[in-house]
Design a protein around this ligand. Structure first.
Ligand SMILES: Cc1ncc(COP(=O)(O)O)c(C=O)c1O
Length: 383
């Protein structure tokens, strides 16, 4: 049915009505005093969301643009970097690094498994000459639903002294990423995820230590030269024409997030992850990521006796619910349920009950109602 689409993918995520209304306002001049005030307000809000006093810069880019900005502003060709790769987005970090001529050492893990913090500790301890300039990690690996142990890996990075660059595209606003408490140097994210906005804005937070590296970094850069953004941000301005209407939306989404509170936002995402996982287990649908390493943004499921693409097809055709498929070699092998951003308990129950109806239509054997009951049990308010 038209206008009934329900996105249960890990981005773009659903956008609240009040954000959509804000986006529909007339643009104003980006050099006006009114717009400066908006920049000041959203920058303060972004720092709150990022739990940092560092600069948080706003780019007209998707998450990959924010990642690329992280590479080209703080490193020089030939620099040695350690890249974590256990999925599509870790792989992407590696590709960006290679394009820019970095000397890449990858630490890999099988897709569906978390990166091993011990491997990072060993590689960093072995680097007594301190040649490794940066460690580059995907926090929530969206392609597999795995949450890497950023906190532990980062401890080894801190002991070594390299910069840490983080893709927090599907962890920021879903789980705790305390940038200042952990000392994360560069953190990249994008608007179409936990921010409850459409695609179009990228965000990069930059620590003082990263700015020191910026002073000597020698990659070519122009549009994504973060020094320009920093200079203008200090005057509540922007170096280029920013996506003005997205700023209106960001004002509203940040206000909504502040009202809910960071702890409550994280708790909601964890509750939805737990409810989704419990439902899948009750339906005998194997989970792709282990419990200790599961992402609060997305649950990947690897069905055995039923085709995941057929599940996605029926969910879309009959219920207007969009689930994500597997990427690369996981295509056809897994489906992924996004529970990131503007997602409520009702959405989870709706998706699980539609999934049960879908499984029934596909003649999959399961105990009818078991998934809904398991999810409802997790979602039950504490009495
Ligand atoms: C973990 C992660 N990193 C990077 C990206 C890339 O972001 P974009 O498609 O906005 O460039 C995504 C997008 O899904 C992601 O989930």
């Amino acid at each position: 049915m038209d206008d009934k689409l329900m996105l249960m993918i890990p981005g773009p995520t659903p956008v609240p009505e009040q954000v959509l209304r804000a986006l529909a306002k007339h643009p104003i001049g980006h050099r006006s005093g009114d717009f400066s005030q908006i920049i000041a307000e959203v920058t303060e809000g972004l720092k709150w969301l990022h739990q940092t006093q560092n600069d948080v810069l706003i780019l007209t880019a998707s998450g990959t643009g924010a990642m690329e900005a992280g590479i080209i502003n703080f490193l020089s060709p030939g620099d040695r970097v350690l890249v974590g790769n256990n999925g599509k987005f870790g792989e992407r970090w590696g590709k960006i690094c290679e394009v820019y001529g970095l000397n890449v050492q990858q630490i890999t893990a099988e897709w569906g498994k978390p990166l091993d913090p011990e491997a990072f500790r060993a590689a960093l301890e072995a680097d007594t000459a301190k040649e490794i300039k940066a460690v580059i990690i995907t926090h929530s690996e969206t392609s597999t639903g795995v949450l890497n142990d950023l906190e532990t890996i980062n401890r080894s990075v801190k002991a070594h002294g390299a910069l840490i660059l983080v893709d927090a595209v599907t962890s920021l606003g879903a789980t705790n990423v305390p940038i200042d408490a952990w000392g994360l140097d560069v953190v990249a994210s994008g608007s179409q995820k936990g921010f409850m906005l459409p695609p179009g804005m990228g965000f990069v937070s930059v620590s003082p230590k990263a700015w020191e590296a910026y002073a000597t970094a020698k990659m070519p850069r122009f549009y994504l030269d973060l020094g320009k953004y920093r200079k203008e941000a200090a005057k509540n301005s922007h170096p280029f024409t920013p996506p003005v209407n997205m700023f209106y939306g960001l004002q509203v989404s940040l206000a909504m997030m502040k009202k809910e509170g960071l702890e409550n936002i994280f708790a909601r995402h964890h509750r939805h992850m737990n409810a989704t996982r419990a439902a899948m287990q009750a339906l005998n649908l194997p989970l792709f990521a282990a419990e200790q390493a599961s992402s609060p943004a997305i649950t990947a499921v690897a069905p055995v006796n039923v085709d995941s693409e057929q599940i996605r097809s029926v969910m879309k055709k009959q219920f207007d619910i969009i689930l994500a498929g597997g990427q690369d070699h996981l295509k056809g092998k897994i489906f992924r349920v996004g529970h990131l951003g503007f997602v409520s308990d009702r959405d989870i129950l709706t998706a699980v009950s539609a999934l049960e109806a879908t499984l029934q239509a596909l003649n999959y054997e399961f105990t009818s109602g078991a998934g809904v009951a398991a999810a409802a049990q997790v979602l039950r308010p504490a009495s």
